[in-house]
Design a protein around this ligand. Sequence first.
Ligand code: NAP
Length: 519
Amino acid sequence: MIRLESYVSGRWQPGAGRLTTLVNPANEAAIAEASSEGVDFGAALAYGRAAGAALRALTFAERAGLLKAMAKVLHANREELLDLAQTNGGNTRGDAKFDVDGAIGTLSAYAVTGDAMAARLGDRKFLLDGDFIQLARNPRFVGQHIRSTRHGVAVHINAFNFPAWGTYEKVAVAFLAGVPVITKPATATAVVTWRSVQLLVQSGCLPAGALQLICGSTGELLSRLGPQDHLAFTGSNATGAALRNTAGFAENGVRVTVEADSLNAAVCGPDVEVGGDVWSTMLRNVVQDMTQKTGQKCTAVRRVFLPADKAEAFEEALVDALSGVVVGDPTTDGVTMGPVSTAAQLRDARAGIAALAEGNRVALGGAAPVDGVNAPAGKGYYVRPTVISGANARTHDLEVFGPCVSLLAYDGTAAGAAKGIGQGQGSLVSSFYADDRGWIGDVVAGAAPWLGRMQICGSKIADMATPPGMVLPSMLHGGPGRAGGGEELGGERGLLFYMQRTAVAGDRVVLGKVFGTGE
Ligand code: NAP
């Protein structure tokens, strides 16, 4: 049995008291234990805050070097991390790669961003926001907006579904901004995060105090956060809402960003030819979103909007494609979809499917229990790919975090599509399949306020576009409303969460020297 330890104040701490048991979701065998009881969270915060000075002293080029070194360590140990992702997360090999390679890729992408910033900024550590603004009749008196790295720590709390990518997509951005991190993975799937931090610590590439890890509960850590600290949370809307209301957050102005649930949609435009390239891409993307990570992706499609004349053909094609999915122990040859990750997820997914199915037609799958291939009878957290035809009162507000979609008819207009998107009350991403530029323009105008990211897939890019469920480091990740209102990634944009914007007024010549604008 692996005993997960927290890495806090420069040493590994096993925690005391009652231990939480982590299992292999394919067969429910216990594999690890964790507790953070007894960890001195006050000392961890002080240690992290003190480490900030050394990180801030690094140039962007040096911070990029740190990210490259971290990516190298994870890459060198990729096979071990993939194995652990399979055992603790119920991942197929492909799912595990999506998580682990996503972590390595995002660290590497932010290293490239850092190098580009270094080429522009040299050794300067602050960012300029706009140009000089003349503030008086005499042009010597000017204003300049700048962004500088805040002096606190970043607490990162992550969801269970991406223990590698979820951890390092946040760490990459905070480190490039110069902010130390205390990271907390979801306890149920923490093995990959724990091992990756262990590898990084052993490699010696991390500056002291830059990265601390909590395996287990955060105890009283959050209530100790102060005005320069940050909380970046990924998880359910309910937990996100509760954490926003942490005692002291409002009074101290603790900066919070939340990435939460989302009822992402795919919309078939009226001009899509049944069986054509765009149609096939849409079908492939919906199947991938439903089955990759067993549908446990925050960006996975939950609602598919179809014009009435294409609804039957799409349902038939989708059911046909999903009928070949083999559900079972993901380490078994031939299995193409593993279990959901925890007993609680299984319970919620089955209850959610039953709720969405009420009054509607279940075209495939359903909420009934199912055994997985090569899993002991009655053991493991398996769900069948499920297609529900039609809407009910829950369709636009209940996120089933598993392999389930609802097929919904709409009138084919851009206004109808935008209305359907908006019914989800704010989503991370939605994809639109069409070539008609007038329809696309109207749908962007109508739906963009409800979305963090839109993917417009027409015939010219059908065979080259990345799937909409894939989060790219160069594009924003987050969404309005129930998706949490957060913004992560997006290249350099992601750093702004960790920086303070300050308006500086003064002598054009002096400020020009200080800011390196050459004036
Ligand atoms: P969750 O139950 O909200 O837990 C998320 C994280 O919050 C876990 O690390 C959990 O730790 C921690 N947590 C829970 N209560 C806490 C508290 N009182 N104080 C401090 N930390 C606390 O969500 P989940 O079940 O892991 O994830 C599923 C949900 O996340 C889905 O609804 C999905 O949509 C959403 N999600 C969103 C994104 C995104 O990027 N927007 C990505 C992935 C998932 P423990 O595990 O120790 O309880």
